[in-house]
Design a protein around this ligand. Structure first.
Ligand code: AMP
Length: 419
């Protein structure tokens, strides 16, 4: 089965094409960028050794889908002869709200429920809807499947999901912990269970550390708790998101913002109100806000090493807050699960940065964590056991592969009788 995986963001559309019969070989991948913007529109396409990039104005997601199909069927750099070779399409959906707990075949009723998810993640959900409509316009009756990021977290017990709000307020507005990165946590925890050789009885902490970061407790192969909340703003410090904070800070900052000298206020946030405070906490804070340099961890580390912007101390503080936050979550989740068999590092920072993994695992003798520092120092981008042979907890680097997970779910659902 040839499965196209689509990840539609507000101004981008990423894709990968899989052949499920050839052990899920990825035939091609690419990105349409700056959708709807007057400048910067382009498609980047890769198939094996062939790379192709062209600048083009992309007015909407439907046009982006047309470009993708053209790239995939192009005689020079394409991988299929005709779009009729595409058997199914899987879409990454970041927020399923209270409506979806599992991957599901697209129908009119499903699309109606998806539109009800808009208030929970407006930019993403609207982009997903555009992506699905774009595919429908071009590929007509090809079955489409939604793979829901929040689905994996639906198994969390009520005690982990529920906020201490009046019950009627929480229920009416469906305010609860939904989590994020669920497809990634599902993939790496599944791989970890495979390595451990069992699912039942396993207690795993998965650390997805990227531009957005989240940590999950996975017990018996099911999500038991996760660090992100109603939105992806909660949990550990992230590229430009605050992570956990005293909620009273929000009205406090709004009420006192005028006291901050104008030049000290972040660019684009010279005034702050209820209308833009969510944006402020998502885009001006985190590693960027603390370091004063960048939301990109590599730039934060470079600043610690070079002090090029005179911000080395703040950059170090940002680094330390990240390491401390990860340690706290691992400890909390080990306590919640009454133990921990394995810790998994994944995503951009987790897969590529040995120092952060080392610093997180330092002084964890209470759990019995012992890192093989030599192996850790060079481990990068591929499945690697990082713990020493006498460590009581397995520590692994497992590269995430959300697209593969989406392709597998899509195939499974489309192959079901009656689909
Ligand atoms: P992701 O969101 O998974 O693509 O991860 C992006 C984040 O990974 C960015 O903050 C990058 O700076 C970070 N990253 C990638 N490579 C490295 C590295 N070698 N060291 C530290 N951070 C890295």
């Amino acid at each position: 089965m040839i499965v196209l995986v689509v990840n539609a963001g507000s101004s981008s559309l990423k894709y990968q094409l899989f052949d499920t019969e050839k052990n899920y070989e990825m035939l091609a991948k690419g990105l349409c960028d700056c959708i709807g913007l007057k400048e910067g529109g382009r498609i980047k396409h890769e198939a094996g050794q062939t790379k192709y990039e062209t600048e083009v104005f992309i007015p909407d997601h439907a046009f982006a889908v047309e470009l993708v199909v053209k790239a995939l069927t192009d005689p020079a750099h394409g991988v299929i002869k005709d779009m009729s070779e595409i058997d199914a399409v899987g879409h990454r959906i970041v927020q399923g709200g209270p409506y979806f707990s599992d991957s599901v075949l697209v129908t009119d009723a499903v699309m109606e429920d998806l539109s009800k998810c808009v208030p929970f993640a407006p930019l993403h959900t609207n982009a997903h809807i555009q992506g699905i409509k774009g595919i429908t316009a071009v590929l007509k009756n090809v079955p489409q499947v939604l793979v829901i990021d929040t689905g994996f977290h639906c198994s969390m017990p009520e005690v982990a999901k529920t906020y201490a709000l009046p019950r009627k307020v929480a229920k009416t507005l469906a305010v609860r912990r939904y989590g994020a990165h669920g497809t990634s946590h599902r993939y790496v925890s599944g791989e970890m269970c495979r390595i451990l050789g069992r699912v039942e009885g396993t207690k795993i902490v998965t650390c997805h550390l990227g531009n957005g970061s989240s940590i999950s407790a996975v017990k018996d192969g099911k999500c038991f708790d996760t660090s992100m909340g109603l939105t992806p703003l909660a949990g550990i410090i992230m590229g430009s998101r605050t992570g956990d904070m005293d909620p009273a800070i929000v009205p406090f900052i709004i009420q006192n913002y005028e006291k901050i000298p104008y030049e000290d206020r972040p660019e684009k946030f010279k005034t702050l109100s209820v209308d833009n405070v969510n944006d402020f906490m998502n885009k001006a804070c985190g590693l960027l806000g603390v370091s004063g340099v960048s939301s990109d961890m590599r730039a934060v580390i470079a600043e610690i090493e070079t002090n090029a912007h005179g911000c080395a101390d703040d950059a170090k503080l940002a680094y330390d807050i990240l390491v401390y936050g990860i340690k706290k979550y691992i400890g909390a989740y080990a306590a919640a699960m009454n133990g921990c068999d394995a810790i998994v590092f994944t995503a951009g920072i987790g897969e590529n940065n040995a120092a952060i993994r080392r610093d997180v695992c330092r002084d964890m003798d209470y759990l019995g964590v012992k890192l093989d520092e030599k192996v850790n120092a060079t481990a990068r981008g591929k499945v690697t056991k990082l713990s020493a042979p006498d460590s009581k907890v397995e520590v692994y680097l497992i590269p995430t592969n959300e697209e593969l997970m989406i392709a597998k779910d899509t195939e499974e659902i489309v192959r079901k009788p009656g689909a």
